[in-house]
Design a protein around this ligand. Sequence first.
Ligand SMILES: Nc1ncnc2c1ncn2[C@@H]1O[C@H](COP(=O)(O)OP(=O)(O)OP(=O)(O)O)[C@@H](O)[C@H]1O
Ligand SMILES: [Mg+2]
Length: 255
Amino acid sequence: MGKIIALANQKGGVGKTTTAINLAASLATLGKRVLVIDADPQANASSGLGIDIREIDCSIYECLINKAEPKEGIHGTCVKGLDIIPSHIDLVGAEIEMLDMPNREKIMRDALAPVKEEYDYILIDCSPSLGLITVNSLTAADSVIIPVQCEYFALEGISKLLNTIKIIKSNLNPTLDIEGFLLTMFNSRLRLSNQVYNEVKKHFRELVFNTVIQRNIRLGEAPSMGIPVIMYDAESTGAKNYLALADEIINRNNR
Ligand SMILES: Nc1ncnc2c1ncn2[C@@H]1O[C@H](COP(=O)(O)OP(=O)(O)OP(=O)(O)O)[C@@H](O)[C@H]1O
Ligand SMILES: [Mg+2]
């Protein structure tokens, strides 16, 4: 049975999509079967994995709203073992369309159930919001990775996110776990990065991944080529950091 992990933080630009793409590619490189769900209408994970979203007939939108079979939405990528259900700009309207659907918080969970067994890991890239699609993603998930950017105000909004997770746990998904806090865009030469690291560690202790994602220009360049960093520059710090994260997650989960 695959483990579903959501990448969530309603703060924008903290590295959710970069992590979805590159953790997924690293897990696949280590021999796991991986599916990315692009649950953000911005569709950055889709384009970053080489999908031309203008040519997609069946996206996560059709799976959620039109009850399309998830298999129809699955697209291969340039990485062996890595598939994606892309997003579509139509997803912007999906939250309104879901409002009067029965069990509106569980639509993603039901949609993914038929493919859960075919993958070892399913990573859901959430949008920077705590709206209904993110609630659906957290309800479908077994755990959540919270990327935290090593910047000013890094912890701003985290308590709101943790409160949302708590509410989802008590009402919709009692077994939802925090997989870990992931520090991103770390720059060891900056005192600020080290301060943020220490502060997050002080608050969340063993919930913080040992692996830290350093700031690395290759991570910003790879998406414009539609490939993960491991295919763009396998020797880069970014590629090495995400491989280490994949390894840490595999070891923690022993799967
Ligand atoms: N470790 C890193 N080093 C350098 N650049 C990075 C790193 N991580 C992310 N970036 C860049 O920072 C920007 C924001 O990252 P990303 O899109 O992954 O964040 P996000 O949380 O998904 O954003 P949004 O909330 O808009 O969905 C992107 O331009 C990305 O290329
Ligand atoms: Mg994103």
